[in-house]
Design a protein around this ligand. Structure first.
Ligand code: SAH
Length: 345
């Protein structure tokens, strides 16, 4: 079976080429072509025909195609629905901020975490994305839009820490100076709280920003809306976050989708402040996006909750909503396309 060459590191490609009797600089040439978005070995014009044919026999180059694309008239936010090599579809969102163009990428086809408010998990997990398929979202969004991407958030469909090996390899690829060269400090990774993954990230001491989807500071509420809490309880999650901060010195960002009558009481703000003591956390309050399949409704107490957190000295911001006219939030476009009866989702 042919191998996915774009998921290979520069060292691996160089090693493989050396075994074919090629000089070391060939590795760099092939790697940089791949990271420019070529769709075939024939496009690698500084390689001889014999070598191109040899590579073609051993490896394949995948590239996603645009299945749907929606551009917000409000703020230019662009949502891509990509069709992968096997017919599955994934979403990527491009947001234009003052600090740079940011791409929100998916890490899995679907998700198995089962959060009650999230559209991405409704059909379960189909499969993990390969490193190249995560990278391609950044690469081809940049190529298609013509906008240079400077920031990445791993906050699309899927749980990145449920596909950690591939995500780590993606980070190595996208960070590489011969590739897209996007700095770790410009990358955020969001998790629903898969503790072994957070511990592994802490060990690696990567310079990325860790976001934790908290959504409730008490076990009873959190278990109701996030099944992951039954495996990794919120008390352990807070302890793990404190450890992470101690080890890395990096401030953690906590996401908190405000749900009417579920997690928006003052006592819950007080409890968050208590649990974050000793750690410079930042709470990002997200007005809940209505998901048609869910009975949960957006909270009307976002500002009060924010003030309550700030009265305890906790930094809290309210996330500005972008792309409100284009189904830009989690899993909504893929969901819609599935409902439209398209095959292969
Ligand atoms: N699996 C990862 C990353 C993907 S979700 C995680 O759970 O963090 C990205 C963020 O959007 C998470 O904080 C998630 O909880 C949140 N989210 C999902 N559905 C939402 C909705 N309907 N309204 C607001 N935020 C939502």
């Amino acid at each position: 079976m042919r191998q996915d060459i774009k998921s290979m590191t520069l060292e691996e490609i160089t090693g493989a080429l050396k075994e074919m009797g090629e000089p070391a600089f060939r590795g760099k040439q092939v790697f940089s072509w791949l990271h420019k978005g070529v769709r075939s070995f024939d496009e690698m014009s500084n390689l001889g025909k014999a070598l191109r044919e040899k590579l073609e026999g051993l490896y394949y180059i995948d590239a996603p195609v645009v299945e749907r694309k929606q551009v917000s008239r409000l703020d230019g936010t662009t949502k891509y629905l990509w069709k992968l090599g096997d017919g599955n579809c994934i979403e990527t969102v491009l947001m234009q901020y003052k600090h740079g163009n940011t791409v929100c990428v998916s890490s899995q086809v679907g998700c198995r975490m089962g959060c009650a408010f999230c559209a991405s998990t409704l059909g379960g997990k189909i499969r993990d994305l390969r490193p190249s398929e995560i990278l391609d979202q950044v690469l081809f969004t940049q190529i298609d839009s013509g906008l240079p991407v400077s920031n990445i958030v791993l906050m699309g469909i899927g749980e990145p820490l449920d596909n950690l090996d591939n995500v780590l390899r993606f980070l190595e690829l996208v960070n590489h100076p011969e590739g897209m060269n996007i700095g770790m400090r410009h990358i955020s990774l969001s998790t629903c709280g898969v503790l072994p993954g957070i511990r592994r990230l802490a060990e690696l001491e990567l310079q990325l920003t860790l976001s934790v989807s908290l959504h409730a500071p008490d076990s009873e509420t959190r278990s109701k809306i996030m099944p992951v809490n039954k495996a990794y309880d919120v008390e352990q999650l807070f302890a793990c976050c404190h450890e992470y901060f101690k080890k890395t010195g990096r401030r953690i960002s906590f996401e908190y989708a405000m749900i009417d009558g579920v997690n928006d009481s003052d006592w819950q703000a007080d409890l968050i402040a208590k649990k974050l003591k000793g750690m410079p956390g930042h709470v990002n309050l997200i007005p809940l996006n209505d998901v048609a399949e869910s009975p949960l409704k957006p909270s009307k107490r976002v500002r009060q909750f924010q003030q309550r957190l700030e009265s305890h000295g906790v930094t809290a911001t309210v996330r500005r909503s972008l792309g409100g006219d284009i189904d830009a939030s989690c899993g909504q476009l893929r969901r819609k396309a599935m409902e439209d009866g398209k095959k292969g989702f």
